[in-house]
Design a protein around this ligand. Structure first.
Ligand SMILES: [Mg+2]
Length: 221
């Protein structure tokens, strides 16, 4: 007998959104060593560990929410608080801002359809850029998040499905992360290394790809 075709989901309920964060946490944990090694080449080698701590805390906090009575905005706000509590510096405030902005973008909604999910994801990217004050081309996670947001919104304008939009975002993030190898760093520790950072992918851009990949995978039922 043929396997049943997987039905494409059209919206994220609160339960789905919690599953999405759990999927991100699993993906980050699985890639923890690679992310820390990337950071080791141009920074302080802690990126995988800190991101794993952050998302493990998110998973734990979200497990305390009742998906039936909790709105998506509270899921994002809980994720923001728990991530920031676990990761006070560097990527902590960036992802906390991202999740707060996503929560604000979907306030009052009972579930997230394509346009709401696109708005939430684009708000994450904007939050990261605003909080980090990085411009594109500075070898940061912005170089993955901004092209992802642009591809996401372009796919939505074209009328593509929720999963196609998120897949377009993940693909653009991957290309953006790849492009950071050819960039010099003007932010953080890596900026002191000058041309020695050339050829190395920014770890924050790499983890953005992991996150967006997990989000896209979570949209496929
Ligand atoms: Mg680091």
């Amino acid at each position: 007998m043929p396997l049943p075709r997987t039905e494409a989901m059209t919206e994220f309920t609160t339960a789905r959104l919690i599953q999405m964060f759990n999927a991100i946490a699993r993906a980050i944990e699985a890639d923890k060593d690679r992310l820390s090694a990337l950071d080791g080449a141009i920074g302080d080698a802690d990126h995988g560990v800190t991101m794993d701590m952050g998302f493990a805390a998110v998973t734990q906090a979200l497990a305390g929410l009742d998906p039936v009575t909790t709105e998506p905005t509270q899921v994002f706000n809980t994720a923001a608080k728990s991530f920031l509590n676990a990761v006070g510096a560097s990527s902590g405030p960036l992802y906390a801002t991202a999740f707060m902005r996503a929560g604000a973008a979907v306030k009052g909604r009972a579930s997230l359809d394509r346009d709401a999910m696109v708005a939430a994801t684009a708000a994450m990217a904007q939050g990261i850029q605003d909080r980090g004050k990085a411009e594109p081309g500075e070898k940061t996670m912005v170089d993955a998040w901004l092209p992802a947001a642009e591809a996401l919104q372009a796919a939505a304008v074209e009328g593509q499905s929720l999963q196609a939009c998120l897949r377009a975002a993940a693909k653009a993030a991957e290309q953006g992360a790849e492009a950071t190898k050819a960039m010099l760093a003007s932010k953080g520790r890596a900026s002191r290394l000058g041309e020695r950072v050339l050829g190395h992918m920014d770890p924050g851009a790499a983890s953005a790809v992991v996150i967006l990949d997990a989000m896209a995978a979570s949209a496929t039922a």
